[in-house]
Write a protein that binds this ligand. Structure first.
Ligand SMILES: [Zn+2]
Length: 196
């Protein structure tokens, strides 16, 4: 038996979310049917304005709050932590182990999926390192094949530039992405960062 058309479209959209398969999407869709109409309308209007309301900081790529970037203000400006998603900055902030700046590279290298170094916007990153007199680079990338490949590429890129390049390592489980690591482990990974 087929679901009503609208319900089936909702399931199709929900399946786009990470970790959501068909069964979960169906459960979510039926749960939404139980919501009050006002909550559904509020949610849909929020979704509709998401792209215009939430902007990335032009300097660091983290998410702004009311047109101000909370990640660029009052920071130790000699250290730059390179992350692959604006979300990772929140995970690192929650550890209270880091007070430096952030830089979101937006993608991890993956030759198989056609993600190549030209998508990393290195000129912007290089300009920032020079203009802000950055001394230390922390590569806070996922401990996955793509994360490792990107970290290695960036390390080679920064070679001979007189920068200290470190990478989160201590306690980072192999194959893990930053958002799955608990605060304590991530905090140890930052304070125990190693030269790379
Ligand atoms: Zn910023």
């Amino acid at each position: 038996m087929k679901y009503p058309t609208e319900l089936q479209s909702l399931i199709t959209y929900l399946r786009k979310l990470p970790g959501v398969g068909n069964k979960t999407a169906e459960r979510f869709a039926f749960a939404l049917l139980e919501w009050k109409e006002k909550d559904l309308l509020d949610t849909s209007s929020l979704l509709g304005t998401l792209k215009t309301a939430i902007k990335a900081c032009k300097t660091c790529g983290c998410l702004q709050d009311q047109n101000k970037c909370p990640f660029c203000q009052n920071r130790d400006s000699n250290t730059l932590c390179i992350i692959s998603s604006p979300k990772d900055a929140y995970a690192i902030e929650d550890t209270h182990a880091y007070r430096g700046l952030y830089h979101v590279i937006e993608t991890l290298l993956s030759p198989l999926e056609g993600r190549t170094p030209d998508q990393l916007d290195l000129p912007k990153l290089d300009h920032r390192i020079k203009s802000q007199n950055i001394q230390e680079i922390i590569l806070a990338l996922d401990s996955t094949l793509e994360g490792d490949a990107t970290a290695l590429f960036l390390k080679n890129h920064f070679d001979n530039q007189g920068l200290s390049v470190t990478r989160l390592a201590y306690g980072m489980p192999m194959g893990s992405t930053l958002d799955y690591i608990d605060e304590g482990t991530l905090s140890l990974a930052i304070t125990g960062r190693r030269s790379f």
